[in-house]
Design a protein around this ligand. Structure first.
Ligand SMILES: [Zn+2]
Length: 94
C-alpha cells in the first residue's frame, strides 16, 4: 500500500503526488511534468547499452533475443537523481 501524508502520496520511491495531483521529486521537491503514467516520457533520460545497468546485468542480450535491448535511466530535472531505471527492448515505448 502506498505511503501517504496529508500533503503528498508516494507514486514511487523517488516521486510524490501533491494534493492537487501534480508530481514532484521526492528528494528535491522539483516539479515533474505529466501524470504518474506519463512523467517518464517528459524528464531527461539516458539510453545506453545494457552493461551500463551495472555488474548484475552481465549477459549479452543478443545471445537470447533478436531485438535490440537497451538500458534506460530517467532523471529528476532538478537534482538529477535517477527516478527510474530499466533494461528493455529499444522498441518499448517510454
Ligand atoms: Zn530532484
Amino acid at each position: 500500500m502506498a505511503e501517504t501524508t496529508p500533503q503528498t502520496a508516494r507514486v514511487g520511491f523517488n516521486v510524490r503526488a501533491r494534493a492537487g495531483g501534480s508530481l514532484a521529486c521526492a528528494h528535491c521537491e522539483h516539479d515533474l511534468p505529466g501524470t504518474p503514467t506519463t512523467y517518464l516520457s517528459q524528464v531527461p533520460r539516458h539510453v545506453g547499452p545494457t552493461r551500463e545497468g551495472g555488474p548484475m546485468v552481465f549477459a549479452d542480450p543478443a545471445v537470447y533475443v533478436d531485438a535490440e535491448i537497451v538500458f534506460r535511466q530517467y532523471y529528476c530535472p532538478g537534482c538529477y537523481t535517477a527516478l527510474h531505471t530499466e533494461v528493455v527492448p529499444a522498441s518499448e515505448p517510454v
